[in-house]
Design a protein around this ligand. Structure first.
Ligand code: CO
Length: 136
């Protein structure tokens, strides 16, 4: 049976990455491993690995992306948690039977070959959840 196996990352939406880095980097002593411009998300992402998990600070760089609207409505804060699963298509099959609302019904594939979907917070009792299936 398909199952979630580990946490991959936790994404935090920020309006001002430097302000957030004042906490995550300068107070907690975490390090930014790299920074990436992600065109699909119209964002600049700062990656801060901690153990097996990465904290991602996501700073929208477009005036009218959905992330910018989210930021305007809710302010900076937790955006989503990403879990790795061992069988994403099997998981999606199960979701259909349980009425779980997946935001992108067809999994997207990232540049690095990761297959991913987002589950609507209405189906998780309040948390936007991203699921990853890593390439072999
Ligand atoms: Co994510």
């Amino acid at each position: 049976m398909a199952k979630a196996t580990r946490v991959n990352h936790i994404a935090i939406l920020v309006d001002d990455a430097e302000k957030s880095l004042n906490f995550w980097r300068d107070v907690l002593g975490m390090q930014v491993s790299h920074v990436e411009q992600i065109p699909a998300e119209e964002s600049k992402v700062f990656f801060l690995p901690i153990g097996d998990v990465t904290i991602e600070l996501v700073q929208p760089d477009s005036a009218d992306s959905s992330l910018t609207r989210f930021l305007e409505k809710r302010g900076p804060g937790m955006h989503h948690i990403c879990l790795e699963v061992d069988d994403l298509l099997g998981m999606l099959d199960r979701f259909r039977g349980k009425g779980i609302h997946v935001i992108n019904e067809v999994p997207l594939v990232g540049l690095d070959g990761v297959m991913y979907v987002f589950i609507h917070p209405k189906s998780t009792n309040g948390v936007l959840v991203e699921l990853y299936e890593l390439p072999e």
